[in-house]
Write a protein that binds this ligand. Sequence first.
Ligand code: ATP
Ligand code: MG
Length: 261
Amino acid sequence: MAKIFCVANQKGGVGKTTTTVNLAAGLAKVGQRVLMVDLDPQGNATMGSGVDKRQLKLTLYDVLLESASIAEARVKSDKLIEGGCSYDILGANRELAGAEVELVDVERREKRLKEALAKVSDEYDFVLIDCPPSLSMLTLNGLCSAHGVIVPMQCEYFALEGLTDLVNTIKQVHANLNPDLQIIGLLRVMFDPRITLQAQVSDQLKAHFGDKVFDAVIPRNVRLAEAPSYGVPGVVFDPASKGAQSFVSFAQEMVERIQKM
Ligand code: ATP
Ligand code: MG
């Protein structure tokens, strides 16, 4: 049975997609079977895994509308296979934005992804879900499916403020829809230890959230930002870079964490 994690933060541009694709590649690199689900109509995680979102015949949209199964809609990426870090991809494109409206009158609409994942769960060790920057019905589908939430965050003042909203949403989903759900951890990303404020916020996070803060820290690293334009995660694009190495360490930390879950 796969452990299922959402990578979520309603704040935009904080590094959710970078975390999802690099963690997926890092987990594949250490021998884990991974399915990456792109829950964002922007389709960045799809493109960043080497799959052209415009060419996809079936996507998460078809799965949510129950016109296809995950087994039918998932794809592999040649670039990831060549890079030796292959994971399966359930892709998304702008069509997915329509699902929100089309599912309005459907019963149990927030459970569609959970039910679809249950059928392939045995084939994977990890399922990683890249959430959009909102607390929408799509994100709710992700949160209802997951055992835990990974929250990437930049160590800035307003990051802490946004965290309160996310923590409250997770508490509500936990109480009403998914008793399994918990925050697995906060991941410090785009970190620059030379910036005093970042070091201070990092200390505050550890004081407040204790071992919910992952040991792994992802530095600000230009190779991670360059990788998407080549259609691969940084872990594949430049395995020797500091950014790639930090994501492989994070993958190892996740493997250890799920053994304790
Ligand atoms: P959205 O909310 O739009 O989905 P996101 O939270 O998924 O955004 P990303 O797309 O992962 O955020 O990252 C935002 C930008 O920051 C991208 O241009 C990405 O390449 C860059 N970036 C992410 N992480 C790092 C890093 N560790 N070092 C340098 N650049 C990074
Ligand atoms: Mg994103």
